[in-house]
Design a binder for this molecule. Structure first.
Ligand code: GCU
Length: 681
């Protein structure tokens, strides 16, 4: 039975004989040059992968066989007989990119995987294995590929006591107690999995965690992890608690303009880099949700970020300064606060600072319009923060394929430089030339057997990595790759399941927060409906603050006669969002307070549309369950049963959402449930 530990790196033997033989013929022998940590990782992976997939024992040698050889080396070690054929490809090749090329010479066939650098070779190997895992032809390959975004990293919200904030897959995989001397095999497999999708950084600790991680006792452990990850091209980053100089440094202040405080951080950086020369840098949550920050001392975000950036700059480190800020003092519209607080500082942050912005202005909702900060800070490095863990999306119980959400955000048009300037263009630095580009995903990884709890939540980790590598990839392509590598290549499986994955995102929107509703999950845990909650100490924590249902209608008026959040978008988008008629219906209640009887484009009222959309969401989950039942022949029994049970829960809870929300909102709408909506019982 398969417990899912191997993720998308299963390398199962290819059952189709003809296909197997074609691959075997093309890959008669492997020539591999190089003997460094990274190249050895590449070597081990190609042997492991091909031995599994082709069920064949490979021995590796430097020598190039006369024909049908797979040749793997960096540019400088590629046999000179191929130099001419690779010349043009090498001129195009960007950092950490790779070339995979079929070359025929005098009727002899070779397949070459090469790069200017060692990490590119490793990425090339994983890419080549993916081709075989997904049963692609390898007869006439000519791939030149490289990451579009510089820094592609996971954010672990892991605490030192091994609890994981918003983690639903068991405890933290970092076993701080046994580190540094005990290296769990999981750390190596974690690095392999991440490298296979191009992830090159990891923030080990929670944005809310304390300063202990920066003490020598913990730095030793962090160093051990950094040593494990280094061959796989993965750099370690840490969260820097702003008050660390007080908490672990014995100072009486953390004021960023205070000389002693600056010196403390400079010394700390020096100490870290003496142990981890390639340490990536710091991630900071400051003056957000009660975390300390420069504002505690009357200073601003630039002052705070500058101090830390100065400390790590001599070593090439960066500071990721989060823009997830909102204060209880300015509650007219939480969605506006980050933009208001940050955009005036455009151009003032040092070059090694990047502002980390969540995909939407509220908080990882099933659907939000993209954050208006994207495109609004042309002179500042700005990066994307997605959530891979499903805080507001059914934890690791509901099946939701998030790459569809990521793709929607990335392909959103900002209109910042006219039509067709997407969020992806902001993130990849092409819109305004940027010094650093980055994308972070809040990890869904834990110590569960299968890493992510729900077997399908692995797809969200996978898809995040693929999109960080290339934000222009399509969710469909990603679903197809992942399904084939993880489960089966049979068309009868891949086709219906690709549809299921792609539709699953809209389904969750339908049964949780249709038509632009948001943040109506129950308090604190954010699981299940709680639109009625109104008694929390901070107004913007209460769901009623977001849906504003009353006898007239429902929705948050963010138009020019409301909170005016629409004005944070470009002129074109502002007009689109501002007018009820042109506002996309899926964002209607995000931007407008709409009368219950308002007619939507299909001619039916808002109230009826809400009811029927909730119902649609429920029906779609029932359909997912039915589709999955038919997949039994293609998947192992353990995962088949697990997903079966999970979909049953999802169906039950989709109904719970529908019934709870419709009964609650009915008190305000005072209208009957339409035909077509199953009445709550
Ligand atoms: C959300 C989440 C918190 C988290 C915060 C953040 O509010 O519920 O657990 O700390 O986001 O991103 O900082």
């Amino acid at each position: 039975s398969d417990n899912g530990y191997d993720l998308w790196l299963k390398y199962q033997k290819i059952e189709n004989k003809a296909l197997l033989n074609t691959y075997k013929n093309t890959l008669n022998s492997i020539s591999f040059t190089g003997n460094t940590a990274t190249l050895n990782a590449a070597k081990e992976e190609i042997v492991r992968g091909l031995s599994g997939l082709l069920n064949h024992e490979y021995t590796i040698s430097k020598a190039v066989a006369s024909t049908n050889a797979l040749i793997i080396a960096t540019k400088e070690h590629i046999d000179s007989q191929f130099t001419e054929q690779l010349k043009n490809d090498f001129t195009q090749l960007k950092k950490n990119g790779f070339i995979i090329k079929s070359i025929t010479k005098k009727n002899r066939k070779y397949t070459i995987i090469t790069s200017n650098d060692e990490l590119g070779v490793l990425y090339g190997v994983f890419n080549f294995l993916r081709l075989i895992q997904t049963h692609k032809s390898i007869n006439d390959l000519h791939i030149v590929d490289a990451p579009t975004i510089d820094i592609r990293l996971l954010n672990h919200w892991d605490n030192l006591d091994r609890t994981v904030e918003r983690g639903y897959a068991g405890e933290s995989i970092w076993n701080w107690h046994k580190l540094p001397d005990f290296i769990d095999q999981r750390y190596i497999d974690y690095a392999r999995a991440n490298a296979s999708i191009g992830i090159n950084g990891t923030v080990l600790t929670n944005v809310n965690s304390n300063a202990l991680i920066l003490t020598p006792q913990y730095m030793e452990k962090v160093t051990a992890l950094a040593n494990v990850f280094r061959p796989y091209g993965i750099k370690v980053y840490l969260t820097a608690r702003f008050s660390a100089p007080i908490e672990i440094g014995g100072l009486s202040t953390a004021d960023p303009l205070h000389k002693e405080v600056q010196q403390w951080w400079n010394d700390k950086a020096k100490e870290i880099y003496s142990q981890i020369p390639d340490f990536g840098g710091f991630l900071v949550k400051a003056n957000s949700e009660g975390q300390p920050g420069p504002q505690n001392y009357g200073r601003n975000h630039v002052d705070g970020a500058k101090m830390l950036a100065t400390a790590v700059a001599p070593y090439g480190g960066i500071v990721m300064w989060r823009a997830f800020v909102y204060s209880e003092h300015d509650t007219d519209d939480r969605a506006k606060q980050a933009y208001t607080e940050f955009v005036p500082f455009d151009g003032q942050f040092p070059d090694n600072v990047i502002i980390q912005v969540k995909n939407g202005a509220i908080d990882f909702q099933p659907r939000e319009p993209f954050h208006p900060m994207f495109g609004a800070m042309p002179k500042t490095n700005v990066m994307m923060e997605f959530q891979i863990t499903q805080e507001y999306l059914g934890f690791s119980t509901h099946l939701v394929f998030l790459p569809k959400l990521y793709q929607e955000v990335l392909s959103s048009d900002t209109y910042v430089k006219g039509k067709g300037t997407t969020v992806a263009n902001v993130i990849d630095g092409s819109l305004h030339t940027k010094k650093i580009t980055a994308m972070a995903g809040v990890a869904n990884i834990g110590s569960d057997f299968n890493w992510t709890g729900h077997p399908f939540a692995q797809a969200n980790w996978y898809g995040f990595g693929r999109l960080a590598w290339n934000p222009h990839l399509s969710a469909k392509e990603i679903a197809d790759e992942w399904l084939r590598s993880t489960f089966s290549n049979k068309d009868e499986f891949v086709e219906p399941m690709t549809d299921l994955l792609i539709n699953s995102r809209e389904t969750v929107v339908n049964y949780m927060t249709p038509l632009g509703l948001h943040h109506i999950m129950d308090t604190n845990h954010h699981y299940g409906p709680g639109p009625w909650v109104s008694n929390l100490s901070r107004p913007e924590w209460n769901p009623v603050y977001y849906h504003k249902a009353d006898s007239l209608g429902i929705g948050f008026n963010r138009s020019t006669d409301g909170s005016n959040a629409v004005s944070q978008y470009s002129k074109e988008l502002k007009t689109i969002y501002n007018n009820l008629e042109s506002c996309p219906e899926e964002l209607l209640l995000w931007f407008h307070h709409v009368p219950w009887n308002y007619k939507l484009k299909n001619g039916d009222t808002l109230w009826n549309n809400m009811a029927l959309t909730y119902q649609k969401g429920v029906n779609e989950v029932a359909q997912m369950e039915a589709t999955w039942k038919m997949m039994e022949p293609y998947v192992d029994n353990q995962r088949f049963q697990e997903v079966n049970m999970l979909l049953k829960i999802q169906l039950k809870e989709a109904n719970w959402w529908k019934n709870a929300c419709m009964l609650y909102f009915q008190q305000y709408a005072n209208l009957p449930f339409p035909n077509g909506m199953e009445k709550p019982t």
